[in-house]
Design a protein. Structure first.
Length: 139
């Protein structure tokens, strides 16, 4: 699988009576079997305020790659796909449970995530041989 981009953003209200401002969206675009696909993850914005509870990061942006900053919302779809490769067949998922959201981040090797963003910045893509390389294997 070839990762092409990872990015996130805050949703904004289109109309005054809609709840978009309570949600964030994270997306990962990748190429597999010659087809380009995008997974959109819609999640409750509150999770951005408590990510320290289930990641080693303490502030946003969570790390830098060159002069670019990587925010927490930029890694959410990536982490979901790494943790559950079956999501490659989905176009979008919605997460509103903090417990479900935190479960995606368990056993993720956070030290390897900058490697993906470095490659995206330098080579415009990242070849992912196996998602298992990003999961901490318990002994």
């Amino acid at each position: 699988m070839q990762i092409i981009s990872c990015k996130g953003h805050e949703l904004e209200k289109e109309k005054s009576n809609t709840p978009e401002d309570f949600f964030n969206s994270s997306e990962i675009t990748f190429q597999e079997d010659g087809m380009e696909k995008t997974l959109h993850v819609l999640y409750v914005r509150y999770f951005d305020e408590v990510f320290q509870e289930f990641t080693p990061y303490h502030q946003d942006p969570i790390f830098g790659v060159g002069e670019n900053s990587v925010n927490f919302k930029d890694i959410v779809a990536l982490v979901c796909l790494l943790k559950n490769p079956g999501l490659r067949q989905r176009k979008r998922i919605y997460i509103n449970s903090k417990q479900e959201f935190a479960a995606y981040f368990k056993e993720i090797n956070f030290n390897k995530l900058p490697e993906i963003f470095r490659a995206l910045r330098q080579k415009k893509s990242y070849e992912l041989p196996s998602p298992l390389e990003f999961i901490v294997q318990s002994s």
